[in-house]
Design a binder for this molecule. Structure first.
Ligand code: SAM
Length: 468
């Protein structure tokens, strides 16, 4: 993952968030047992919040690429605790920045002496700073008006800061635009930023941006996005976004007010612009209303990027009625509150449902109570990378890109055959729905011998061929 952004519950005391590790994967169970221990069940509010965050952050760290960046939204309530937790998990040396964003411009002094008008976004890298430098860049300033093959760039002044007496070598030459008569003499008060040798080098590397006339404009030096590693020009104070705008944006897309505090799209878009390369992947595992997906689609539509997103939302109501519905409407277009049609941003996505329990036990075997349709969904996805839309009422799950995909499992053949039909024997093969081309068959064992090859069968043994 190039970037992870999360916006966990802030622990205000009113949210009713649940400390519920439904996904009892062996890893999480082990972590909770070893790291959090039994205390996790009885500690107070802040400890419980930390117990909820800790295994999630450990898992997210595993998903983050070596040069990846993680950003976490929060307000003052848990900021101090989270900072310590992040230092422990990601390492103090991997702290990159703390962004402060101005959430409101109306006074909110109801509960406290001061009006809390800002929130934080903690930014950490996954490895030492040198690998991450340059990952957080304000890409919006980089443009390519003359189609330079090196890609987008910004320009810096070539005018210097020293008088002729102070630095004579920075006043000793004039600049001439190639293939033109345009000449610039050094400004007597400032000279150039480089000496003549430096200028010749810039010229030979075609690194000078030339204005169209020498009266109003000055030549400037090109600094390309691909070499922006040395600098991290994005500011840590973001004042242009307000929380209320997130709610208004959502109201325009969905018909009813369904979610209290979605983040403003512009805020997340700025994160994406700064931290996700144009073909990068971002994960948001506290998806809420899907603002992250909306922002990815918007940024892609504005800069021609091909960024992808993975969102996870644990609340079923929200994920079906809000998250996926919002993304669907943003992709394909919707009518806003004034009944105007807003064009879709295009783009595509798939929705998957995670099962309550993992399919596999700790030793990697399929759990006894896994149904045929559950395993069918899994097999289909690992074979095709797409969601299963079939009825799971036949061992032939479907045909994908010219290959038929079969699953023999859990009595799909009505227990008429050996081991409930889970073994590919000649007898079983004869009663399978027919297909002429390549047949990918998942079963517990293969007793077909040489016939398998003659019949164009690619055999995959369960559970070993299933990626856990
Ligand atoms: C603050 S909201 C995220 C809002 C989102 N950024 C947006 O702009 O719409 C937090 C989300 O985390 C989910 N959540 C609550 N408790 C959770 C938990 N223990 N683990 C994972 N997600 C949780 C909630 O269902 C909620 O959708």
């Amino acid at each position: 993952m190039d970037c992870i952004y999360i916006d966990p519950p802030y622990n205000t005391g009113n949210e009713g968030w649940i400390y519920n590790d439904n996904v009892k994967s062996p890893e999480i169970t082990k972590w909770l047992g070893e790291v959090v221990g039994k205390e996790g069940e009885t500690l107070d509010r802040h400890d419980r919040w930390l117990c909820m965050m800790y295994p999630r952050l450990l898992l997210l760290k595993k998903f983050l690429s070596d040069t990846g960046v993680i950003l976490i939204s929060l307000d003052d309530i848990e900021a101090g605790h989270l900072r310590i937790l992040l230092d422990e998990i990601f390492g103090f040396k991997n702290r990159l920045a703390t962004i402060v964003w101005n959430t409101r411009n109306t006074d909110n002094r109801i509960k406290t002496m001061l009006s809390p008008d800002h929130e934080y976004i903690f930014v950490y890298g996954n490895s030492d700073r040198s690998k991450i430098q340059g990952r957080i860049i304000d890409r919006s300033d980089f443009k390519n008006p003359d189609n330079d093959f090196r890609g987008p760039y910004v320009t810096d002044p070539l005018k210097g800061k020293a008088t002729k007496t102070e630095r004579p070598n920075l006043h000793s030459y004039s600049m001439k635009k190639p293939n033109s008569d345009l000449i610039w003499e050094p400004d007597p008060a400032k000279g150039w930023i480089t000496d003549e040798e430096g200028y010749e080098k810039l010229l030979s590397e075609d690194r000078i941006w030339w204005p169209s006339n020498n009266v109003t404009g000055w030549p400037r030096k090109k600094r390309f996005l691909f070499e922006a590693q040395e600098r991290m020009p994005a500011s840590s104070f973001w004042k242009d976004f307000k929380s209320q705008s997130g709610a208004r944006e959502l109201d325009e897309i969905l018909d009813e007010r369904v979610f209290a505090f979605p983040k403003p799209v512009g805020l997340i878009q700025q994160i994406i612009n700064y931290c996700v390369p144009k073909d990068g992947l971002i994960l948001d595992s506290f998806a809420g209303t899907g603002t992250t997906a909306h922002a990815v689609l918007k940024q892609n539509s504005e800069d021609g990027g091909n960024r992808k997103f993975i969102l996870v939302e644990m609340d079923k109501e929200i994920s079906t009625k809000v998250t996926s519905e919002r993304i669907r409407r943003v992709c394909s277009g919707y009518k806003n509150s004034k009944n105007e049609f807003i064009e879709g941003l295009s783009g595509d996505f798939q929705v998957f449902k995670l099962s309550q329990e993992p399919l596999f036990n700790a030793s990697g075997h399929i759990r006894n109570d896994v149904s045929f349709s559950q395993l069918a969904e899994f097999v289909w996805f690992s074979e095709t990378g797409t969601g299963y839309l079939g009825k799971a009422d036949s061992p032939l799950l479907g045909i994908y890109e010219g290959r038929a995909i079969y699953l023999l499992y859990n009595g799909i053949l009505k227990d008429l055959t050996e081991q409930g039909g889970n073994i590919l024997t000649k007898q079983v093969f004869d009663i399978l729905p027919k297909f002429e081309g390549v047949k990918v068959i998942y079963a517990a064992a293969n007793r077909l011998g040489g016939k398998a090859k003659r019949e164009n069968i690619v055999f995959k043994q369960t559970p070993y061929a299933l990626e856990v």
